[in-house]
Design a protein around this ligand. Structure first.
Ligand SMILES: CSC[C@H]1O[C@@H](n2cnc3c(O)ncnc32)[C@H](O)[C@@H]1O
Ligand SMILES: [Zn+2]
Length: 432
């Protein structure tokens, strides 16, 4: 049986050329948006209607870089630089993570993301079967990959690669198509060149995109030059990384030539402003990247370097910091910031039918409660969404046509249990 329903009296964020918001109707059948427009679709007199008065309907937010299970380490290592944070705080704790920790840590993140309006997230981590299980059970959409650090003997590297390949094959297209997969060596400074080349080859063989951390800190770039005689962009290009569809996280320290190389190779960039500010990594050249034609989207990174998974915050940071940094108030206008958190995000992770409210797209959308002081007056809802809204304004969330959040509560996950188990996992990690 098909499930067909019509939202009426709604305000819809369409982000189209010439008009960003419309008042009207959206018709949904199963997992797909059939119609969106200002006039009531004909022949739908018998269709179930939902009154959207006082609600702003927007595409679900798309988080293009993170490590969900790291929510177990939120607040465990603050106010440190990337390398100290990784080597002295994160990696020793992550070495103790079990599958159970990854399951509950990921579930904790998915609760936070869904309730905050994120309907799709990219995740690079270990024990990825557990992450996929949470995605399957919760109804969220996930682009998942086994991240691999190659600072280990060759036989261990091979095990990690085999596992990454096995995971990518097993889960691609699963959970009613809500899971897709990528191949992901962690970073040029943690993966020897030959190891990265094997990931590139596997991505070719499996016809999958690639993802990695790149040029996040100045010292990482200097180290790359010292070790390999090349900056990270040229290094990855030499290893064939950009011969595949690819998205790199951070890309903070780029020169003009590197921006051109990324644009020429159609490499997408996941900009993570919150994490980059907190780890004092720097501010990415987002205005220049966009000007050169690079697709830039937004990510939170893990909750241990952010310290939340609030995509409204990343959208707002993107709209604010580039103005402050450049002295140009027109840098990253609100509409561009919102596109980075929605449609550019979906395009960057190769999801063709996600990120926009229009006919034929997947029914991944959120309803924001605009009957609140900070949404008045009704001047510009894109502006309000970027500069005024927050995760607590999200009333309802649908992914693939299924409602997963209703009146601010998760329908698919037992939030109280998740909070209890996540705390127990953290205490267990401390005790081991
Ligand atoms: C191989 S699993 C993912 C790996 O990435 C680490 N990580 C988390 N945040 C960052 C970041 O900002 N830069 C580099 N690496 C990061 C995480 O701790 C896992 O070990
Ligand atoms: Zn990361």
């Amino acid at each position: 049986m098909t499930h067909r329903w019509l939202i009426e009296n709604g305000t819809f964020v369409v982000l189209e050329e010439g008009r960003s918001v419309i008042q009207g109707y959206m018709l949904i059948e199963d997992d797909t948006i059939l119609y969106i427009g200002e006039t009531r679709p004909e022949g739908e007199e018998e269709t179930f209607t939902y009154d959207g008065k006082g609600q702003l309907f927007a595409p679900g937010l798309v988080n293009t870089h993170g490590h969900a299970a790291m929510s177990l380490l939120r607040g465990y290592g603050d106010d440190l630089s990337l390398q100290v944070w990784l080597q002295e705080k994160m990696w020793p704790m992550e070495a103790k993570f079990t599958s159970r920790d990854v399951y509950w840590g990921t579930a904790l993140s998915v609760v936070e993301m869904l309730k905050g309006g994120t309907t799709t997230f990219l995740d690079m981590y270990d024990h990825m079967d557990q992450v996929a299980k949470v995605v399957d059970e919760s109804g969220i959409r996930g682009v998942l990959m086994r991240g691999a650090i190659g600072l280990c003997p060759e036989d261990v590297q091979q095990q990690k690669l085999d596992e990454a390949i096995r995971f990518a094959k097993d889960w691609n297209g699963k959970a009613n198509g809500r899971i897709t997969t990528m191949m992901s060596p962690h970073a040029p400074y943690t993966c020897p060149p030959a190891f990265i080349e094997k990931f590139v080859q596997a991505a070719h063989d499996l016809d999958l995109p690639l993802h990695t951390h790149m040029s996040e800190t100045a010292s990482e770039v200097a180290q790359n030059v010292e070790e390999y005689g090349l900056r990270p962009v040229a290094h990855l290009e030499k290893l064939g990384f950009f011969t595949r569809p690819s998205i790199v996280a951070h890309a903070v320290h780029l020169n003009d030539e590197e921006i051109e190389r990324l644009a020429a190779n159609k490499v997408a960039v996941s900009h993570n402003p919150g994490s980059n500010l907190k780890l004092a990594s720097g501010i990415a050249r987002v205005t220049d990247l966009l000007k050169s034609g690079v697709k830039v989207s937004l990510g939170t990174d893990g909750a241990a370097s952010n310290n939340n998974l609030d995509m409204f915050e990343e959208i707002r940071l993107a709209a604010l910091i580039h103005k402050g940094f450049s002295g140009d108030p027109t840098a990253i206008p609100a509409e561009v910031a919102l596109k980075m958190g929605t449609i550019y995000g979906a395009e960057s992770i190769y999801l063709e039918r996600v990120g926009r409210l229009s006919a034929g797209m997947k029914a991944d959308f959120i309803a924001i409660d605009t009957e609140q002081a900070h949404f008045l007056p009704r001047t510009d809802y894109v502006s309000h969404m970027v500069y005024s809204a927050g995760p607590k304004d999200v009333l309802h969330v649908w992914v693939n046509g299924e409602q997963v959040v209703k009146q601010g509560n998760c329908l698919t996950i037992d939030e109280e249990r998740v909070r209890h188990e996540a705390q127990a996992c953290f205490e267990g990690l401390l005790a081991r």
